[in-house]
Design a protein around this ligand. Sequence first.
Ligand code: CU
Length: 606
Amino acid sequence: MYPGPLIEANEGDIIELTVINNLRASGTTIHFHGLHMRGTPWNDGPVQIAQAPIMPNTNYTYRFEAYPAGTFYWHSHMDALQQSRGLKGPIVIHRKEEPFAKMYTEEMVIMVSDEWRDPESCFKIDGAMPGNPVCSDAKYASFNGQWGDGTDTYPYPLLTVKPGKCYRLRWINSGSSAENFIITISGHNMTLIAVDGVPVKATQVKSFNIHNGERADVVVCMDQDPGYYLVTAEYDYGCRMLRGKGFPVPGFHPVEACRWYAFLRYAGTDADPPRPYRPWYPDFEVPRGTGGGSDPDPTTGAVFDTTVREGWSVTEPLHAAPLAPEPDLRYYVTLGLKGPTDVRPDNVPGTRGRWYSDLEDRRMSWTNPLTPVLHTKGKCGAEGVPITNVPENVTTIELVINNLSPTEHVMHLHGGYFRVINTAKFEWCAIDKPECFMMPQGLNPCPEEDRANGDLNHTWQWLPDYRPNVDKHPIRTPWIKAPLYWGCKYNEGKDKPHQNLQTPLYKDTLSVWQRSWSVVRLEATNPGMWLFHCHLQPHIPLGMMMVFNVKPSLQPPIPETVPTQGPCPVWSWADKYERMAEEYHRKARAVGKAYGTGFGKGPAKH
Ligand SMILES: [Cu+2]
């Protein structure tokens, strides 16, 4: 079953969920993306942070509070591979007092994801290299697990609705590699009511976007003539890399498609099903609706697009407390890539370059601790792990996130929301400026004082220069040297005046644009070890993760059922270890008695 089953609960319920691992040779863990895990940080899921893997042929029961309310999803947090292969499903937590209850009577969940034919071969830095079309940035995307071109073999994904009813459509981007989908529904205006699960002021939109890991809830009334209406998910960056149409980005393969389609189908319509279309190069056809959907009314409303600064003022939280002028503590977090990029298909994966998201003055790429860090509070077996110990007396944290790399990253925080108070205005490097990717530092319009390198040891990188022959000779390309890992960082003097402390949106996932920056505020009040990481799956095994250690003195004891591993003791299991030692000695004494071996007599006296 793909996507996996829906987990549905009411706000405040206790959810108990048993994972039975029938994988033959892989451990697994499950993360509940967007839930705060108040009081149960060990059930957050990420491997070697909250728990060790649930081993094959064993099971584990997650038990946690259904909080907060909203639209979420669960997915494997064992590695990038399992969730890209489909180990994921939706979560809906119903709010006690639903502010928009009068606007709809029906609900529907729609998970959108890009799909790889063979994810395993793509989770290497060389996966996206020219010559490896299996790992092109995007070829297929699915609606609720289904892709279709309208043929008998691959029918269109259908969202079947009752005419005359109003629906709350809960959209989830559960993607792997694609950063973003822009969603439109022909002939139907939409009212945006929640972002990442949090209610926002109801706002009419004609399109909205969901980055990898983001969710958006819209109300749509089925008030049009019956028929099939086209639903589009556009990967906007993908459209700039379309085979034969876009620009070839070094290190990326041209994509085979950038728009994927489903149909909103009015139940009982006598319109013919839509005809098949040709999705690929050189056709790139757009399928056509039928019945009322063959000639839909134009839609009206705002464009909700949080890739760009303007998107953040389209709506605001329904209930928003203004923020204090200054946080208790400000961290500068840098996103970047370290190491040479002169990768070839025979390089060992992950050895030629490592992503990082870490404090500016540390810049450590993720490495797994020997024992899950929550179990040790980071005090054992965690050398080289980018843990940030938040001082216990600190409540409000500001993260100034500088992306000193040529690609967008979609950052996700575990254990709570942040509020997005400021984002860059990056017209010179916007999505319609492909030259930004290869822009030599000397020519770029970023002011000298704001330029910063993502890799302090390598200002210049070797790149495959296959621009002239992108399709003909993808492997045999000359190499060029260019400065690639840099960004135009946040400048407090110039940029702070643009911050919004009155009505910033609540988010748990955020796109930080290439060579750009964002500023967020969060409350470090939920005791636990919380990941902050890039949600683009190829960047996870390459190390783009960090952990905040929040209020260690208030972290609750780890239950003895939680899987652990490695050489370090779990900090709260002293009783258990004493019982284990007692049991060991009891058995040893019994053995000694039976065989007279001298076992169990206690330590030898010298
Ligand atoms: Cu990333």
